[in-house]
Design a protein around this ligand. Sequence first.
Ligand code: NI
Length: 188
Amino acid sequence: MAMAIKQILRMGHPVLNRVAEIVRDPRDPDIAALVEDMKDSLAAVGGTGLAAPQIGVSLRVVIFAAPAHRLTGLPEDTEQPLMAIVNPVIEPLSDRKSLGWEGCLSIPGMRGEVPRHTRIRYHGLALDGSRIDKTVEGFHARIVQHEFDHLDGILYPARMVDLMRLGFTDEMVAAGTLTPFPQAAKVS
Ligand code: NI
């Protein structure tokens, strides 16, 4: 399969604000090809997750990883190699939320502090049609909520409670507000 690096759409593009469509068959070769394009596009810029609408495809497909160096140490904040999930659904397991810094490939150069459910269950389908069903917390729960939000047309600033905590990464690092993310996982 040929390498296909797609342009990542930026905030303001209407596809990013659309509710994406359900995938009828996760085993469709077109979905496998889409996921390959998403992986190539993510690898080209370096990030921890990408949703199909970010490359202009309004379907409910995301890829993400929870790398060891980003985990919080909570027992269910489990490491996750890059995976694809189709038609994902989230079920919050408590009302408790925690604040954490997020970036987004569709909002380059910026970070914001976003409240997310601390512990969630998520489920959906793998590309072979099998069911994925996990209970996670911490960073793993955060990236899942960030990526799945893209499928409902929601970018992280819309989840923020204090827009004073939104800014350009380099300014906030210089000010000591923010510690830079490790280069290997700089944005999601
Ligand atoms: Ni994003």
